[in-house]
Design a binder for this molecule. Structure first.
Ligand code: APR
Length: 188
């Protein structure tokens, strides 16, 4: 299942259901935690598929700067993943949406997109950050993700040509497609 949308000439958003570790890109965003300690969910899948090199790099980052604040992201290599970079983004734990969660989640996406442009990334994939263990309602989180990626791709200075949302499961896929449809023309 996949659906492509055009954001501006030559730039697209692809919604592709499945396991983000199987989608070849330049950079993969990860849904990490502030301790950069690894975990379950998509974080666990990324470390399993990428191998121990990614955690070794995170250990080094922890030694240097401690962890990563909520709303931030740090970059490592991608080990054995079909990518060059992983951006470990720390999404907010959802309480009620009135404790800065929308801004923190938006900041995760902006930070990953900035890290991507610093590294001349052309294709980047995103899981639904914060919508698993961290409890962010999927629809609200997807509105933020889609808005931030569209805004970034509208900047001609960005080198990103394709952003790929990788929702896990049919239900999540349907939500992403619906929200992209409401905001963008489909290209195929
Ligand atoms: N590919 C794509 N999406 C996935 C995959 C996968 N292989 N595995 C899980 N997901 C989806 C989930 O369905 C969910 O919608 O990723 C989304 C984010 O869920 P979590 O991985 O639980 O991430 P999050 O809610 O941000 O919580 C982060 O979980 O594992 C820990 O270390 C992580 O402590 C951190 C916390």
């Amino acid at each position: 299942m996949a659906m492509e949308f055009t954001t501006s000439p030559g730039r697209t958003i692809l919604v592709r259901e499945g396991d983000i570790t199987r989608v070849p890109v330049d950079a993969i965003a990860n849904a990490a935690n502030a301790a950069l300690a690894g975990g379950g969910g998509v974080d666990g899948a990324i470390h399993r598929a990428g191998g121990p090199e990614i955690m070794r790099e995170l250990d080094e980052i922890r030694r240097r700067i401690g962890g990563c604040p909520t709303g931030g992201a740090v970059a490592t290599g991608a080990g054995r993943l079909p990518a060059q970079h992983v951006f470990h983004a720390v999404g907010p734990v959802y309480r009620d949406g009135r404790h800065g969660e929308p801004e923190q989640l938006a900041s995760c996406y902006r930070r990953c997109l900035a890290l991507a442009d610093e590294r001349q990334v052309r294709t980047i994939s995103f899981p639904a950050i914060s919508t698993g263990v961290y409890g962010y309602p999927l629809r609200e989180a997807t509105e933020i993700a889609v808005r931030e990626v569209i805004a970034h791709l509208a900047n001609p200075a960005s080198g990103i040509q394709k952003a790929i949302f990788v929702p896990f499961g049919q239900q999540a896929y349907d939500v992403y497609v619906e929200i992209c449809r409401a905001n963008l023309p489909a290209s195929r």
